[in-house]
Write a protein that binds this ligand. Structure first.
Ligand code: CP
Ligand code: NVA
Length: 334
């Protein structure tokens, strides 16, 4: 029996703060159930005749494919609209585009630069809008991360996640919020130049306090990772910030996730996992300048048995499906 929360019907997700702690955790559990269902070979029709617009202003491998297959798997369709395909924000206002797409589609997943733009879409579309990454937040990623953590530890509350890298990017922001809502202690290890927004940390701390979860922001990664069950990193240069590349590499070299950093956790290997939202610069093949080798994570950590990055990538599909199903499906069909 799959549990479905009617409170989530018709709801958008712009930032994890849009959901109560319980709603967020129920979505993770729904994704676990949907994954088991798919593994059992069941292709459902929960989203039959549901149509999702996928608006992408930035590149994507995981989010685009996960968002497309999640709806098709359940009998619906997805239409990919790159910024070159539609008039959004150029020949046509965001408000008008939202109203047009809302007449044709049952939901919109948006990836782009501005958080305001995804909020404007949600305000005017009249259908649920999901944030598939903006400069500020990446909430659908964190649902998959929490799912992967739960799959590995059987629980969330009381664990410790240490994020190491660009401490003020979209993934770091959303991960901090997601951890607080799940009762996970969170350490953000980042240089002084890349500290997260103080107001955001304050709000997240208040959220975490309800569950006894804490936030530590520290510039010393060896200190910050102590006792961590999860080390999480992301690229040092996010999409749209390419001009910062040289400076970021200089600032973040001491924050590379390597074997010494993993050992500094002091955590037994069966109580530890490594996560990365991907794409990752972990070897020469993926590094833009061949001579620089690995950037944010070394190959030995990326390929270690405790690295769960491909489970995490797969879970993008199950969690986005959970979002669609909660917002669009008839609960009695579950
Ligand atoms: N993690 C993630 O969002 O990957 P993509 O950029 O490939 O969608
Ligand atoms: N912080 C990264 C995440 C990619 C999934 C970026 O915005 O490019």
């Amino acid at each position: 029996m799959i549990k479905w929360n009617p409170e989530l019907y018709g709801r958008s997700l712009l930032c994890l703060m849009d959901f109560t702690d319980t709603e967020m955790l129920e979505l993770v559990d729904l994704a676990v159930a949907l994954k088991a269902r798919r593994r059992a070979g069941i292709r459902g029709d929960l989203l039959q005749r549901r149509h999702i617009a996928l608006i992408f202003e930035k590149g994507s491998t995981r989010t685009r494919t996960a968002a497309s297959i999640a709806v098709r798997d359940e009998g619906g369709t997805a239409e990919y609209l790159s910024q070159n395909d539609i008039h959004l924000g150029a020949k046509e206002s965001v408000k008008d585009t939202a109203r047009v797409l809302g007449r044709t589609f049952d939901g919109i997943l948006f990836r782009g630069f501005s958080q305001q733009r995804v909020a404007d879409l949600a305000q005017h579309a009249g259908v649920p809008v999901w944030n598939g990454l903006t400069d500020a937040f990446h909430p659908t990623q964190i649902l998959a991360d929490l799912m992967t953590i739960k799959e590995n530890f059987g629980r969330l509350k009381g664990l410790k996640v240490a994020y190491v890298g660009d401490g003020r990017n979209n993934v770091a922001n959303s991960l901090m919020i997601g951890c607080m809502k799940a009762g996970i202690n969170f350490a953000n290890c980042t240089p002084a130049e890349l500290l997260p927004d103080a107001e955001l940390v304050k709000g997240a701390r208040a959220t975490g306090a309800r569950k006894g979860a804490t936030i530590e922001v520290c510039t010393d990664p060896l200190q910050g990772v102590k006792g961590a069950n999860v080390i999480y990193t992301d690229v040092w240069v996010s999409m749209g910030e390419e001009s910062e590349r040289e400076n970021r590499i200089r600032l973040l070299r001491p924050y590379q996730v390597n074997r010494a950093l993993v050992e500094a956790t002091g955590t037994p290997e069966d109580q530890f996992i490594f996560l990365h939202c991907l794409p990752a610069f972990h070897d020469r093949e993926t590094t833009m300048t061949a001579e620089s080798g690995a950037l944010e994570v070394t190959d030995d950590v990326f390929e270690a048995p405790y690295s769960k990055v491909f489970d995490e990538a797969e879970n993008r599909m199950h969690t986005i499906k959970a979002l669609y199903v909660s917002a669009l499906a008839d609960g009695s069909a579950l």
